[in-house]
Design a protein around this ligand. Structure first.
Ligand code: HEC
Length: 137
C-alpha cells in the first residue's frame, strides 16, 4: 500500500520536470531556429506529392509546382489555373503564412481548390516547410 502514494509523488514530480523542460526548450527555440527535420519533411511531402510536383521542371500536377515557393507571391506560378479565392488571396508565402495555410487550407482560404484537410501538428508543418525551403535543385 505504501507503494501507491510514492508512485503518485513520483508521477507529479515527473510531470513538473517535463513542463519545466518544455518551457526551457521553448525559450531556447525562440533564440535559435528550430532544427530542420528534413527526413520528416520528405515523408510529409509524400502526401502533398499526390498533387504537387517539387522539381525544376515547372510542370504542374493537380496543384501548382512548389519549387521556390518560400517568399513567392501566392497564386503566381505561370500556367496554373488558380481558383478565384487563391487569386484574391494576394499574400507572400512566408514561412508563417504557409504555416497558417497548411494547418487548415480550406479554412484559411475559403473557396480554395486545394482539397486537403491540413496538417494539425505544428512540428509536421515546420518539417514540410523547411523541406520546401531547401528548394528542389
Ligand atoms: C488533393 C490535392 C492537393 C494536395 C494533397 C495538396 N495540395 Fe496544395 N494545392 C492544391 C491545389 C489544387 C492548389 C491550388 C489552389 C487554388 O488555386 O485555390 C494548391 C495550392 C497550394 C499552395 C499555393 C501555391 C501557390 O502557387 O500559390 C501551396 C503552398 C500548397 N498548395 C502546398 C501544399 C502542401 C505543402 C501540401 C502537403 C502538406 C499540399 N499542398 C497538398 C492541391 C493539393
Amino acid at each position: 500500500m505504501i507503494k501507491f502514494p510514492f508512485l503518485k509523488v513520483l508521477a507529479v514530480a515527473l510531470v513538473i520536470m517535463g513542463c519545466s523542460a518544455t518551457i526551457a526548450g521553448g525559450a531556447a527555440q525562440a533564440e535559435a531556429a528550430e532544427p530542420c527535420d528534413l527526413a520528416l519533411g520528405a515523408k510529409i511531402f509524400s502526401k502533398c506529392a499526390a498533387c504537387h510536383t517539387f522539381d525544376t521542371s515547372g510542370i504542374h500536377g493537380a496543384g501548382p509546382n512548389l519549387n521556390s515557393i518560400i517568399g513567392k507571391p501566392s497564386g503566381s506560378s505561370s500556367g496554373f489555373p488558380y481558383s478565384e479565392a487563391m487569386q484574391a488571396f494576394q499574400r507572400l508565402w512566408t514561412e508563417s503564412e504557409l504555416d497558417s495555410f497548411l494547418q487548415q487550407p480550406m479554412a484559411a482560404i475559403p473557396g480554395t481548390t486545394m482539397a486537403f484537410g491540413g496538417l494539425a501538428k505544428p512540428h509536421q508543418r515546420a518539417a514540410v516547410i523547411c523541406y520546401l525551403a531547401q528548394g528542389a535543385d
